[in-house]
Each structure stands twice: as C-alpha cells, then as structure tokens.
Design a protein around this ligand. Sequence first.
Ligand code: NAD
Ligand code: ZN
Length: 395
Amino acid sequence: MGERPNRESSALIKAPIQQEFRATFRYPVYFTENVFARDNALFAEVVGNAGKRRVLLVVDEGVADAHPHLLNQAREYGQTFAECFELCAPPLVVPGGEQVKNDERWLREVLNATNDCGIDRHSYIVAVGGGAVLDMAGFAASIAHRGIRHVRIPTTVLSQNDSGVGVKNGINAYAKKNFLGTFAPPSAVINDIGFLQTLSSRDWRSGIAEAVKVSLIRDAAFFEQLERCAAALTARHNPAMLEIIYHCARLHVEHIANGDPFESGSSRPLDFGHWAAHKLEQLTRYELRHGEAVATGIALDTTYCGLKGMMPSAGVQRVLGLLEQLGFDLYVPALEERALMDGLEEFRQHLGGELTLMLLADIGRGLEVHEMDEPVILQSVSYLKSRHLNRQASL
Ligand SMILES: NC(=O)c1ccc[n+]([C@@H]2O[C@H](COP(=O)([O-])OP(=O)(O)OC[C@H]3O[C@@H](n4cnc5c(N)ncnc54)[C@H](O)[C@@H]3O)[C@@H](O)[C@H]2O)c1
Ligand SMILES: [Zn+2]
C-alpha cells in the first residue's frame, strides 16, 4: 500500500465548519364543537392572532356532502371575523379517502390554488377532512414556498386521535403508501366532535384501532378503559368517544415529543401492527380502511407474540376479544396472500436501516424486535382464520 497523503495539512483544505442548532416546535390541539359557528371565535383567534391573514380552505368532499351547510357557514364565519382573516377563494373541495393521495392531481390543485391566491408564508392553508385529505393538504402546505402555515381540522376519529395531531404529511407513489412526504408540524389542530356524527359506522369504528394500538404499547390502564367503554363506543356514545380521542391524542402528542419526532432512527413504536396493515391496505386496493387494516395487523402481531411465547396468552385473548367487541374483522382473505410477507421488507425500506418492529411483551408493554419468524406469522394467520370461521358459525 502506498502512503496516504495527509489531507489536513494540505494548504488547499480547511477543517470542517460544524453547524448545529435547535428549533422548537409547539402547537396546540384544541377540542371544540361547531368550529364555524358565529359564536365560536376559536378558529378566528387561531389564524388571526397576529393580524389579519389570508386563508385557503381545503375541504374533504365527503365532509362537504355530509354537512351541506359547511361551505356557506365557513363563508359567513369569514364575514363575521373579517378583521382576523380573509378566505382568499371559495373553499377548494377535493375527494375524500385514499384516492386523494393516490392521484397527484389533487396535490397539484392545492398548489395551483396556493399560487393563484397569492398565499404566502404568513397565510394559512386550512384543511378540513379525514386523514387522507389532511395528509395531502399538509404535504402541499409544507412544500409550497418551503412551508406555509397549516391548520388541520380533522373530521374522522382516526384523524382526531392519531394522524391529524402528528407531524407527518404525504401522498402515495410508486404503489407505496406515503412514498412522497414531509415531516412538518402544523400550526394548530382543531378537533370538532360535531363532525364525527356523520361518519359511517366503518369510519367511526376504524379510528378506535389506533387507540387500542397506543394503549397496547404503553398504557395498560387505557386498554382497560377501552374494555370498559367498548359497548358505549359501539353504541356511538359521544362522551365515551371524546374521552378516548382526548386520551389517545395526548398519548400520541407526548410520544412524538419524547421520542424521535422526525424518525431519524429505525424504530417507529407507534407503528405497532402497521407492517401488515400497510400491506393489507395495498393488497385490498384500499378497500380496507386504514384503521380496519390496523386492527387486523394488531390481531396478527398479538397472536404472533402469544405463539412465540413473548406474551401471556390471557393477554392475547383480551386483545382479540376487545377488537371483536368493537366490531373489527380480525381475518381478511388478503392475510393469506403470499405478498403479505413483502410488507416486512417494505416497512424496513420506508424507515431505512435495520428492520425494527414494535411487538408486545404484555398489554401496555411494547417490545422491539428485529426479525419475525415467517412460519409463526403463517400460523398466526391460520389461527385468526379458524377463529373467524368459528365465530361466523356461532352467529
Ligand atoms: N400522517 C399520519 O401520521 C397518519 C397516521 C395514520 C393514518 N394516516 C393516513 O390517514 C388516512 C386514513 O384517514 P381516515 O381514517 O381519517 O379516513 P379517510 O381520510 O380515508 O376518510 C374516509 C372517508 O370518510 C369521509 N369522511 C371524512 N370525514 C367525514 C365526516 N365527518 N362525515 C362523513 N364522511 C367523512 C371521507 O370523505 C372518506 O370518504 C390514510 O391515508 C392513512 O395512511 C396518516
Ligand atoms: Zn395508523
């Protein structure tokens, strides 16, 4: 080997300059009812607290259809609070659900409106909708002008207790979920329970899966609360739902702040049950709701933990029992597709680095692992299938 030149001593090379700074992010998650009622000043205060602002409103079509007065109400609200903000254009209505993340056209529509309206970095893009519309509009807000202030008004259980209160935005590309996206905290989140009244029973139930998930990885008392109020939740009891959303949103927000908010490591504890869930959503062409797929993913991983002897079987039965009581199907035919196993590698690729998966040591106690045993996954699928067939036969 020849001698290495000493680069430090070369006259044409300097020592590196080290850059380091910290940025603090702070955003409130409000809970209200009738966000655009004239006697509710919250929204106007949120966007207009430092002078009059321009606002581009992006609304989920499913929400606009279910709340036919919403667009008018928002316009009148803008007139009432004209000193705080100005709606720069009629609300931009975009399709709800996964299609808004699958077709880039909708991202482009929001960017076009942002440009046409002269929305700048002191203006706001406000999105009203389910998790899919919030993910897409949040992504648009985070890339236009390198980041426009963004307020989320989530309208589903899932987006109020999970997706809407976090820092991730994105759309799907290359047949992969959230392939294009950003980490960009919102300026504020406003949860209005009134929106939940028009949810289909599937969407009402779907978001509860995320609450079960977060309880399982870190809060056994919350899991017990979910067991106690399962019947009330199924009966669409608003106060019970509000309690669950509030607790779950708080756990999420705390978890993000105390963990790895921009996911620079390889571990993503909040994605318990999600390696399979993301694959099931894709395999069913998004016929399954995200929360439904998460419930099945939780059932699969929990059964796996039981079969591997990582977790007591009494705990496994309680988890499966709660999910069933909430009305989730723990078995879907897509679980038997060979491609399900690709979900593990896709999950690893999304985070990069070593495969890191959150599993359970018990209810309320997450446990990270770096591999899963394929035959035991297949055994777990068989167990969920026979359990499902037995339940059907007994109905
Ligand atoms: N960013 C994150 O951290 C994160 C976390 C979890 C999930 N997600 C994403 O969230 C999306 C799922 O969100 P979701 O479960 O809220 O469902 P969704 O956004 O797919 O909406 C489901 C359906 O409900 C309709 N809808 C929304 N609000 C309504 C209301 N109040 N009344 C009547 N209909 C209404 C929508 O139009 C749509 O048809 C997925 O794309 C998922 O990947 C993101
Ligand atoms: Zn999720």
